[in-house]
Ligand binder design. Structure first.
Ligand code: DON
Length: 583
């Protein structure tokens, strides 16, 4: 592994961005020749790197990474959650997407969340979807792995048994949630005694997170890994652990949920066609419904294609255009996208060239205000738009291996620490993914919402694991956590590389800007992490063009790999604990 010469990288940054005031020493891109892995946590990256070095494929490395992430970044993803994964096969050049999204239990009804506030629904048994991640690991390993399944858990097992240090991110997030409770004994957050005992000091009067840097063990998790090694994913979907999952859901101390053993036994990962959009001679491919990711990223890019974006990633004109494209994409997303096993989504029509040109024609020099959805060609169900997004714990993994394979996976338990309940004896947290459904099944005028709860349905997602091809070859692997902001983060990373010529790390270091059909959000610069720039000046210029502007944190977790003739170039997100590994 080597780093790009700092001087060269800074010169590129300065040349590319005129409003940039000064560049502190920022993270630099890493280059490798043979293989690369980028994750949101150094221990997870090390596990992936180790597996690649031992001749594992990207699929083998993914299992090693995911099992470590579930231990050391438990707030974001794990065995109790779900994921979407895009796979590029180095032998055939084929792209496959794997839908391991959590499913609503068969007992779920449309009115599941009606009348509930987000916190109430989040911290309950009702929010827990049937997990997909364990089966995904197995399916992708079966189809694309080279290493023995038994050998994939070594790093996670060692860390779980011998201990690892709690990160500052984990401790801070535990404390932030504890602060929302009335008291240490009257708790909604960490109401579950198992999670409370694991993540906190357990005090009834002065409860606080286990401090950052403390070395902890998770023997239950190690036992779960042992069961996975022996029985495969069935260890989670049937038997003792399945019974523990169902018990944790059905006896939730806040509101019991309705997941059953039958729901777990019936869970399947679905292989779906990738959704691709042509953009400046590239094919930008990702996950179709139930994710809105590839469609919205594709619409943003397809709308931008007709414009000259200039040469400045933070230039007023470009930020304006990117915001308008975001508005238009989110208007369609909110109306049309739901699980295609239940509702008809005009997938091709939403990316139709003429349709996107008609949408682009709505853009002027001033902010368009709230965009209305368009009418893409093709069939769709008569639905009304979903009013609110309540998405908010997720992680992105990008891997390329020596065999020419590439993997882009966004993995989640939805909100920070999922629904806050740890499976007794399992050592992992349950998700709250079902809060990604629309809380209301109908609009104010009685139209059904595409993303309403239905039994066995998968909630709409914004996760956008992406692989970009040029002439059928991989040129970029990208994706991010961030709830509905994922779409903007991912699209911006692609434009930063393809249009502005930035390397992956520079692309990540650029402050974010986006509009989800509300206000135009600008990221305040973070010293040592993002480019410095005059955010107030940019805000004022946009306000003069009619934009409602908000300035704040836009905490992406991008993991980006560029494939070049000279090898791999990687960028990790230092807004979280991202690192690049490989050789
Ligand atoms: O599937 C989704 O879109 C959300 N559940 C993802 C949540 C997320 O990214 C939270 N991250 N910071």
């Amino acid at each position: 592994m080597r780093r790009l010469a700092a001087g060269l990288a800074l010169a590129l940054v300065a040349a590319a961005a005129s409003p940039v005031i000064a560049q502190d020493a920022l993270p630099q891109a890493v280059t490798t020749d043979r293989e690369m892995v980028v994750t949101a946590n150094p221990l997870a990256t090390a596990a992936g790197e180790d597996m690649l070095r031992r001749g594992g494929t990207a699929a083998d490395a993914m299992v090693a990474v995911q099992t470590v992430l579930g231990l050391v970044e438990p707030q974001s993803s794990g065995l109790g959650g779900g994921a979407f994964l895009v796979w590029y096969d180095g032998d055939t050049g084929d792209l496959t997407t794997y839908d391991a999204r959590e499913k609503a239990p068969l007992a779920a009804t449309e009115d599941r969340f009606v009348g509930l506030g987000f916190f109430t629904a989040w911290q309950s048994g009702l929010s827990v979807g049937v997990p997909g991640t364990p089966r995904l690991m197995e399916v992708v390993h079966d189809e694309h792995g080279r290493k023995n399944w038994n050998s994939l858990f070594t790093d996670a097992n060692l860390l779980a048994r011998s201990g690892f240090e709690v990160t500052a991110r984990t401790a801070d997030q535990v404390n932030a949630l504890l602060a929302l409770n009335p008291s240490c004994t009257d708790r909604l957050f960490f109401r579950d005694p198992v999670a409370f005992a694991y993540f906190t000091n357990g005090s009834a009067t002065d409860c606080a997170a286990v401090p950052a840097g403390t070395r902890i063990r998770n023997r239950d998790y190690a036992d779960t890994l042992q069961a996975l090694r022996r029985r495969g994913a069935d260890a989670i979907y049937s038997g003792d652990l399945a019974a523990s999952i169902v018990d944790a859901v059905q006896t939730d101390p806040a509101i019991p949920g309705d997941m059953t053993l039958a729901d777990l036994a019936a869970y399947e990962v679905i292989e779906r066609e990738p959704v691709c959009e042509e953009y400046r001679g590239h094919d930008v491919c990702g996950m179709g419904p139930p994710s809105s990711g590839a469609l919205a990223v594709g619409q943003i890019l397809g709308i931008l294609e007709g414009f000259d974006l200039g040469d400045d990633p933070l230039g007023e004109d470009f930020v304006h255009l990117f915001a308008q494209a975001g508005r238009l994409a989110f208007a369609d997303r909110n109306l049309y996208v739901g699980d295609t096993d239940f509702v008809t989504v005009p997938v091709e029509g939403m990316l139709d060239d003429d349709y996107l040109a008609s949408r682009a024609a709505l853009i002027t020099d001033v902010d368009m205000g709230t965009a209305q959805p368009g009418t893409p060609p093709g069939e769709f169900d008569p639905t009304g738009p979903q009013a609110t997004d309540t998405e908010n714990g997720t992680s992105h993994v990008s891997i390329v291996d020596r065999y020419g394979n590439a993997l882009s996976m966004t993995t989640t338990i939805e909100s920070s620490f999922g629904n806050g309940v740890m499976v007794d004896g399992g050592g992992f947290l349950l998700n709250n993914e079902l809060t990604d459904f629309s809380f209301s099944p109908v609009t104010a005028d009685g139209q059904p919402v595409a993303n309403r709860v239905q039994p066995g349905k998968r909630p709409r997602s914004s996760m956008s694991p992406t692989i970009v091809l040029e002439d059928g070859e991989v040129v970029l692997v990208t994706g991010s956590p961030g709830g509905s902001s994922i779409i903007g983060y991912t699209a911006q990373s692609i434009v930063n590389v393809l249009d502005f010529g930035l390397d992956p790390q520079q692309a990540v270091n650029v402050p974010h800007h986006q509009n989800r059909n509300g206000s135009t959000n600008l990221e305040a610069p973070i010293p040592g992490v993002t480019w410095d720039y005059d955010v107030d000046a940019l805000a004022a210029a946009l306000e003069a063009r009619g934009h409602p502007v908000s300035i704040g944190a836009l905490t992406s977790g991008l993991s980006v790999i560029q494939v070049t003739d000279d090898g791999f170039v990687g960028g990790a997100d230092h807004r979280r604990d991202g690192t690049v590994g490989g050789r």
